[in-house]
Design a binder for this molecule. Structure first.
Ligand SMILES: O=C(O)CCC(=O)C(=O)O
Length: 259
């Protein structure tokens, strides 16, 4: 599936592109039926919220779950990502972020690339983070917020914050990003399950808590151009070290996966 020239230009100008309803409803519903199974895994890849019970995230489940193995090769995700990255891509990391009803916690403001550069030795921010909505996203359930035009922003390397949430993250100090947010504003793409945000690896983003009774499960699939290797040594269950190009599956590929 190819993006239009206008869509590609929007990504390069703004640092993100939102495509509502990109994956057909029947397909994403089939995939979402597997979410209870994903949450039931008892593995080190499962990150829980600070309450130590609620599932917050699952790292790289495409390596051990059949539905996810298909999801990360979906043509409506990979082909646009290849177009935006200028060629074939490899899977650097996948994280399913559940943001469960009432208990889903925040993601502090951050850019992904400073971590990839410092901790993973990724040469350049040449890739795309694909955020696939498994559930409808509204203003109520903690939508992802993006600061437009921050994909070229270079901030001081933030320290790792291990206290705000259960997931350690390099997050710039609020005073360092206040001016840029006031200047550029914020967007919070909302839409039905199956919608996809293509986000530049350096775009500043974050999300609030989920105080609603509706889950907000979203896949964060980080793809990098194959020529842009990340040769660091973060453990294999946190980031992947297989630089082979993603083999794209056919249209409707998710329909084969029941819950
Ligand atoms: O799920 C979210 O709200 C944030 C995810 C995120 O920040 C990321 O994948 O880098």
């Amino acid at each position: 599936m190819r993006l239009s020239d206008d869509q590609v230009a929007h990504f390069h100008d703004k640092g993100f592109l939102f495509v509502p309803g990109l994956i057909p409803a029947a397909e994403i519903a089939t995939a979402a039926a597997a979410l209870p199974r994903l949450m039931s895994y008892q593995r080190r890849e499962v990150v829980r919220e600070k309450d130590k019970t609620t599932v917050r995230s699952i790292l790289n489940s495409h390596l051990f779950d059949d539905m996810m193995r298909t999801m990360v090769r979906h043509p409506r995700v990979i082909e646009p990502a290849e177009q935006l990255s200028g060629g074939p891509v490899y899977i650097f990391q996948s994280i399913v972020n559940f943001k469960r009803p009432f208990t889903g916690d925040v993601w502090q403001w951050h850019q992904d690339y400073p971590t990839y550069r410092a901790d993973d030795l990724m040469a350049e921010p040449r890739g795309v983070n694909c955020l696939v909505f498994f559930e409808d996203v509204s203003e109520f359930n903690g939508p992802l917020m993006i600061v437009p035009e921050t994909h070229t922003l270079v901030t001081e390397m933030p320290e790792i914050d291990t206290s705000t949430t259960s997931y350690p993250l390099r997050s710039p100090k609020a005073e360092d990003i206040a001016a840029i947010i006031k200047e550029k504003g914020l967007v919070a793409p909302k839409g039905p399950a199956g919608s996809v945000i293509f986000q530049h690896l350096n775009a500043l983003h974050g999300s609030g808590p989920n105080l609603s009774p509706w889950g907000r499960t979203m896949l964060s699939l980080t793809l990098s151009a194959v020529s842009n290797k990340a040769t660091g040594t973060r453990r294999g269950w946190v980031v992947c070290h297989d630089y082979s190009p993603v083999v794209v599956l056919g249209e409707g590929c998710l329909l084969a996966h029941g819950g």
